[in-house]
Design a protein around this ligand. Structure first.
Ligand code: GDP
Ligand code: ZN
Length: 357
């Protein structure tokens, strides 16, 4: 864990409803001078936007600023009168208005600069609780969460994998599980540790960044999608990304490039284009996860194989699936339909959640 991660324990929350961003008082109408693009990087009020129009030709990025009215969060009068009146204009932090991964409409000033006029609705939003419980949006519109663990060195803590799966599921992201350092272990150990996830229905790719195992498969899984890598340090995330695309040079710590290894990484977040199409989010805050802020019911939904068992209601409507008689979940564990280990993981995470309240 880097010092920055220690200072900022991470809480990955559920996606906020898209209505979080109030409609602007005067909605810009898309017109000839308006373009659409993807926000690749946010830094000190500057936004690097990838222009959609140039997808087919040269990759083209612009430095954008934010239209003044986007910088405020408006509260409207509740009376039915038309037009609505702005009663309050709050100044939120930039990250809350436009974040890495956002799709935006912008106008251009010249070839290299533009102004963001509108943020399009988000499909997903990953946030963490930063300073004084304030949420900080890390990345939006992700398609999948690539959960990287090593087969050995370090041995995987399976409940940590479960925790990441819950984080993905509760954010509407597809989890992809990577079992790296496959070269350091035998088939039996790999199966023993990761086979369970495949049985539940998750995709597991065994990789070795050292011996180039599974890299083609990983590359294919990233193609055309927006992915974020996560997992403990030392499992090989940087090595894997370097194998996927050697010129990323993740170890070099070049300023403005990729920051998995960088020190001053807490504010730098970006989407990195993949040659094969698709993007990888370099979001340092996503590497560690302390706690998920969610209810026990929401937690249950993150254990997808529990749903079948819970179709038979427990005897008590308010069953918390721990010590109650007539619990469908415990019955499913007893008859082997649900693994004891996943059930234990569920209890562990439930307690962790409740302790964090
Ligand atoms: P990160 O902290 O997750 O980004 O991990 P790194 O990519 O820095 O890798 C941590 C260590 O594991 C480095 O010494 C790598 O050389 C080593 N490593 C990474 N991938 C593999 C692998 O597939 N097999 C083996 N044997 N070592 C690996
Ligand atoms: Zn129950």
């Amino acid at each position: 864990m880097s010092p920055a991660d220690k200072e900022n324990p991470l809480i990955v929350t559920k996606i906020s409803p898209v209505t979080e961003i109030e409609p602007f008082p005067f909605e810009p109408v898309p017109h000839a001078g308006m373009h659409e693009g993807l926000v690749l990087k946010v830094h000190s009020g500057q936004f690097i936007v990838h222009a959609d129009a140039d997808k087919a030709s040269q990759p083209h990025t612009l430095h954008c600023t934010l239209r003044g009215n986007l910088k405020k969060k408006f509260t409207y009068s509740s009376s039915g009168s038309q037009p609505r009146r702005v009663t309050r204009a709050k100044q939120p932090r930039h990250a809350d208005v436009v974040a890495v991964g956002d799709r935006v409409r912008y106008t251009t000033e010249d070839e290299q600069t533009g102004v963001i006029e509108e943020v399009l609705p988000r499909t997903t939003r990953f946030a963490r609780s930063a300073f004084r419980g304030r949420e900080q949006t890390l990345v939006t519109n992700l398609d999948q969460l690539v959960i990287v663990f090593a087969c050995v060195e370090p041995n995987p803590d399976l409940w940590r994998i479960d925790r990441w799966i819950v984080a993905a599921e509760s954010n509407g992201l597809e989890p992809l599980i990577i079992a790296n350092k496959r070269d350091r272990t035998d088939e039996a150990t790999f199966q023993e540790r990761f086979e369970e996830y495949a049985r539940i229905g998750y995709r597991v790719i065994a990789t070795s960044a050292k011996q180039t195992i599974g890299i083609t498969e990983l590359r294919a899984a990233l193609r055309g999608r927006v992915s974020a890598f996560t997992g403990p340090s030392g499992v090989g995330k940087s090595s894997l990304l370097n194998s996927v695309q050697p010129e990323l040079k993740l170890d070099t710590g070049e300023i403005g490039l990729v920051t998995f290894k960088g020190r001053h990484t807490t504010t730098v977040r970006e989407l990195i284009p993949l040659e094969t199409g698709g993007w990888v989010a370099d979001t340092p805050g996503l590497r560690n996860l302390e706690l998920l802020a969610m209810s026990r019911e929401e937690l249950l939904e993150g254990f997808i194989e529990f749903a079948a068992a819970l179709e038979t209601p427990c005897r008590f409507r308010n069953c918390i699936h721990e010590n109650e008689p007539g619990c469908s979940l415990k019955a499913a564990v007893a008859n082997g339909q649900i693994s004891q280990r996943r059930y234990d993981s569920f209890l562990l995470l439930a307690r962790e959640l409740e302790a964090g309240r």
